[in-house]
Design a binder for this molecule. Structure first.
Ligand code: AMP
Length: 283
């Protein structure tokens, strides 16, 4: 496992690797879900590159960029057991030198759900991923379904720009009570963590109630009542996975191609997201 900080050095070292390369981009504060992505990467390619970079471009001015947990030493310790070939940890100045001025603009897929509450967020995500793909030149790049909208946007970017990389997705990795693992879970107080347990409860209620005759509004009401009053709901939505446009309350679930439930909530100031496919086997 080699630690590389400089983008040019990473690019050159990667070019000396023969065989296929799978890439796992992260913002660090690694947990078991990140490690599952790395395991998937190892199973699919000859070499694995992991990046650790808290990308300033994807945080709004009022968001937690400065507070975002950073602990590269413990990240490296966790990665050591899986031993990816390269770990890329650039600084913001290396990724965005003073005169950096080119950005990716995401279209409609980035406007709904998290995009409507975090203006510019997905442009920042797409820009850093395009730059990381250029540096790492991966054959495969692996993203978690926890950030489902991000995954769809990056699949679209790859399609639109004909990037020579295959995007693989990894299912959501959850705690024993069903809460999705997240670097932000470490912000949760014991009290907030208890409140967060109602998120997986809401998902399993939805899984039980989804039926061809159900309307979107009925399901959203089920989710709202399962979530209870212990959190601020940023959005609850059911949208087709194809366009991610939230469906109207009176739409029948069966009328949506590949219906999918999405939520974003804040518990004592910590923002959590989750999602669930309402087609197929779901959770
Ligand atoms: P992050 O460090 O939060 O930017 O996440 C890096 C990658 O790990 C992204 O592709 C995320 O979707 C993925 N990821 C984070 N948490 C989970 C989770 N609980 N299950 C699956 N993938 C996850």
């Amino acid at each position: 496992m080699q630690l590389v900080r400089n983008p040019k050095e990473l690019y050159q070292t990667r070019r000396s690797l023969s065989g296929t390369v799978a890439f796992v981009p992260t913002m660090g504060a690694l947990h078991q879900a990140h490690l599952s992505l790395v395991r998937l990467a190892k199973s699919r390619a000859s070499h694995v590159v992991v990046s650790i970079f808290v990308n300033p471009l994807q945080f709004g001015p009022q968001e937690d960029f400065h507070k975002y947990p950073r602990d590269v030493e413990s990240d490296l310790e966790m990665l050591r057991e899986l031993s990816p070939d390269l770990v890329f940890c650039p600084t913001p100045e290396q990724m965005y030198p003073k005169n950096f001025q080119t950005r990716v603009t995401v279209g409609a897929l980035g406007e709904s759900l998290c995009g409507s509450n975090r203006p510019g967020h997905f442009n920042g995500v797409a820009t850093v991923c395009l730059k990381l793909f250029q540096i790492v030149q991966p054959d495969l790049a692996i993203f978690g379904e926890k950030d489902f909208q991000q995954l769809r946007i990056l699949q679209k970017m790859v399609e639109d720009f004909l990037l020579p990389v295959t995007i693989l997705s990894h299912p959501i990795v959850r705690e024993p009570d069903g809460l999705a693992l997240s670097s932000r879970n470490r912000y949760l107080t014991a009290e907030a963590r208890k409140k967060a347990a109602s998120i997986p409860k809401a998902l399993s209620e939805l899984r039980k109630r989804r039926g061809v005759e159900t309307t979107v509004g009925e399901l959203l009401a089920v989710a709202r009542s399962a979530l209870g009053l212990g959190m601020e709901i940023e959005y609850l939505a059911i949208a087709s996975e194809i366009d991610l446009v939230p469906a109207k309350n009176n739409a029948l679930l069966a009328s949506l191609p590949l219906p999918h439930f999405f939520l974003a909530v804040k518990i004592e100031g910590t923002r959590l997201i989750d999602n669930l496919a309402l087609h197929g086997d779901g959770l």
